[in-house]
Design a protein around this ligand. Structure first.
Ligand SMILES: Nc1ncnc2c1ncn2[C@@H]1O[C@H](COP(=O)(O)OP(=O)(O)OP(=O)(O)O)[C@@H](O)[C@H]1O
Ligand SMILES: [Mg+2]
Length: 354
């Protein structure tokens, strides 16, 4: 598949269980070698999406393609192209790791002669070479996660869908898992990763999708998403001391938008403000402060993290739902998915909030 083309692409993907809409017109795409962090509260629809993308569930409507294969019509082809790590390991008694992987290798149609070598390779990639002869039931949770990753790699899939790979891992194991996922992306694999460990996820993802109640609420780089959430960037000026803090406020006032909130904190020798000004203009402000003889030790944007973005999106979707509920109650009979809402614009795909 040529580079630059999406490897994973969903259009208006919808899944209903009876009348319940678990996934509501999800449209998104991921490019080769990217790691997509799939984030959302419990019950948001992450596992549902992943199951459709690996051919284990059929959408009610809409379409999805992974590595060129249609997730509904080409389910057999799809299974060769994707590796799926479910959120539970299952129970495999009286089976050694090597036998366990051999069993799945055979299921993937890998010839007996090649299987032993392939098993060694994937165990090595997953940092689990020493587990080969251990019984699966005797592995710790973190060791099982590694074996599960090794299993998804057996048939050398292009795309890996990993449902909560960091779940239940200790801090050291989480770091190792993070490095393993980065290593896989460097080898050209495309990764879809769900996780509730947001700081961890934010460190490895090129793209983030935030989903709540089956709807995609935000998609893009973390920076794009946080910019959309807070068009006014929070800035901080740290001073050598608070003696001339009033002068700093005066200078800042000249540079930022009229009426912008400027908060001096003399006890910390810090001035905080929010602005939509670009870097060059802010560089001008710094120059002006220095010219005014103010001692500036730091001048920086306060980074918003994925956790904050997640909470903002979750809160705003909660209040949207409540408003929607009120409107529905008022007009009684509106269906859960009205055609009049119109399709999600593909141009809004590039980043931002829904
Ligand atoms: N087989 C099913 N039958 C009926 N409802 C289902 C089924 N599978 C999932 N659901 C519902 O669909 C919604 C989305 O579930 P899903 O498992 O995709 O959530 P999730 O985002 O993976 O959550 P978690 O973070 O808890 O893993 C939930 O409300 C769930 O109850
Ligand atoms: Mg899930």
């Amino acid at each position: 598949m040529p580079s630059g083309q999406p490897v994973v692409e969903t259009k208006e993907l919808t899944k209903q269980y009876g009348r319940f809409v678990a996934l509501d017109r999800l449209t998104m795409s991921v490019e080769r070698g990217q790691i997509l962090g799939f984030v959302g509260p419990n019950g948001a629809g992450k596992t549902t999406t992943i199951k459709i993308l690996v051919g284990l569930a059929r959408p009610t409507s809409g379409s999805a393609r992974v590595a060129g294969a249609d997730c509904v019509r080409e389910a057999r082809k799809l299974k060769r192209l994707v590796g799926y790590m479910p959120d539970t390991f299952g129970s495999y008694d009286n089976m050694r790791v090597g036998e366990y992987l051999d069993f799945f290798g055979a299921a993937f149609g890998i010839r007996r002669k090649q299987r032993a070598r392939r098993i060694d390779e994937v165990l090595e990639t997953a940092g689990a070479s020493t587990y080969h002869d251990l019984y699966v039931e005797a592995l710790s949770h973190g060791m099982k996660q590694r074996v599960a990753i090794a299993r998804t790699l057996l048939h050398d899939p292009e795309v890996l869908s990993l449902d909560e790979p960091a779940n239940g891992l200790d801090p050291q194991a989480r770091i190792e898992m993070r490095l393993l996922l980065l290593d896989l992306a460097e080898r050209g694999k495309t990764l879809l990763v769900t996780s509730h460990v947001l700081p961890e996820l934010a460190r490895i993802c090129q793209r983030v999708a935030i989903i709540t109640r089956g709807k995609l609420r935000a998609f893009g780089t973390l920076e794009e998403i946080t910019r959309q959430l807070h068009p006014l960037r929070p800035m901080e000026i740290l001073l050598t001391n608070a003696d001339r803090i009033d002068r700093v406020v005066e200078v800042v006032k000249k540079y930022v938008e009229p009426g912008a909130e400027i908060s001096p904190a003399p006890a910390e020798a810090v001035v905080r403000f929010r602005t939509a000004k670009r870097e060059e203009e802010l560089a001008g402000l710094l120059t002006a402060l220095v010219a005014a003889g103010v001692g500036v030790t730091q001048f920086r944007e306060v980074a918003t993290d994925l956790e904050e973005a997640f909470m903002t999106v979750a809160r705003s979707s909660e209040s949207d739902e409540q408003e929607g509920e009120l409107a529905r109650n008022a007009s009684e009979a509106e269906p859960a998915r009205s055609a009049s809402e119109g399709p999600i614009s593909p141009t809004r795909q590039r980043g931002g909030l829904r």
